[in-house]
Design a protein around this ligand. Sequence first.
Ligand SMILES: C[S@@+](CC[C@H](N)C(=O)[O-])C[C@H]1O[C@@H](n2cnc3c(N)ncnc32)[C@H](O)[C@@H]1O
Length: 362
Amino acid sequence: MALLALQRGLTGDRALAGSGYMDDPDYLAAYLEYYRAVSMAQVGRIVDLSGIAPRSVLDLGAGPGSVSLELLGRGVRRFFLVDSSRAALDAATASIRESAGRLGVQVDIETRVADLESPDAIPEGRRFDLAAFGHCLNEIGKGDDRFSRRRDVVDRAARALAPGGSVMLLEPATLAASRDALALRDALVSDGWRVEAPCTLCGLCPALAAGPNHTCHDEAAWEVPTGVRRLAEAAGLDRELIKMTWYVVSASSRRVSASLDHVSASSNHGPTASGDFGEGYYRVVSAPMLNKGGRVRYLLCGPSGRFPFSARQDDAAARSAGFFELGRYDLITVDKPERRENGWGFGPGTRLRRLPPGAERG
Ligand SMILES: C[S@@+](CC[C@H](N)C(=O)[O-])C[C@H]1O[C@@H](n2cnc3c(N)ncnc32)[C@H](O)[C@@H]1O
């Protein structure tokens, strides 16, 4: 079954990554039937969580147009799609035109067959609100030079951004792909790029520094389309959740607010020894976890790094504050947390507020 071979080849042994698989009609059909809907749902969630509202997109590694199609439904009208596969770009163009017709909107679509690493991949003299990389950067390079190669591609794409434009990076949630994406994030941050979402911290990623088995990715329930559910069941794949690593960055010349050495080794294990918990917004970056002592614990990421926030599972105040309903990627503020050895607890005076997406950007 082409779907299983595609799944293995892209996220298992990775033999297909960067191999031109979209030119194989069976793989392209499997991607169209299954993965495109997954990528579209992921892009929709990124738009919701980040609050970006582009009108034009440079869709890199566009394949059959997942990113562009989702963005069409969210107001993008000018598209430039780049991929090494003509067949995939043709499928993308047909689908975007068809959806635009259904929506009754005019669109401007250009495509280019090119290797993302070649300077020709980026159109001269055009500017875009968003440069998007949907599940494609991980297909560039396998050796140690992969970071610099991917970085060069992102840098070139950034030159095609309109003022205020941003880069969206969407990658798989597997440990290796996720850590690679975060390493790229840190390289960009070190060069003064600003992380717009989902991080509330513009310093180096604490998950990366926490050890080789750590990463930070998103997992969310979604409305599984009937066709995808049917294929998943037939192939024995689990599709109840969409899982991804993602971020939106801008090549702002403004230096990031947190200094890069702000996230020290100590802050990976909780707020700093000085008791400076920092102020501001915190992102829930884990599912709830129940420990042996009967405390429910989340990991938060915020100005002082990544650290646990916990409450006793029978704490009535925590319950009525909505603590136990928190979910991964919720954005919160916490007033008067109880300081525990290793992070925060929900104490008698603690106040918790859950904020709408994008609130940290005012
Ligand atoms: C997994 S698909 C992702 C498609 C779509 N962006 C999505 O998110 O669903 C990766 C795409 O990147 C393209 N690709 C990978 N490496 C590339 C390269 N070096 N140059 C151009 N396209 C490349 C592949 O042809 C494929 O269409």
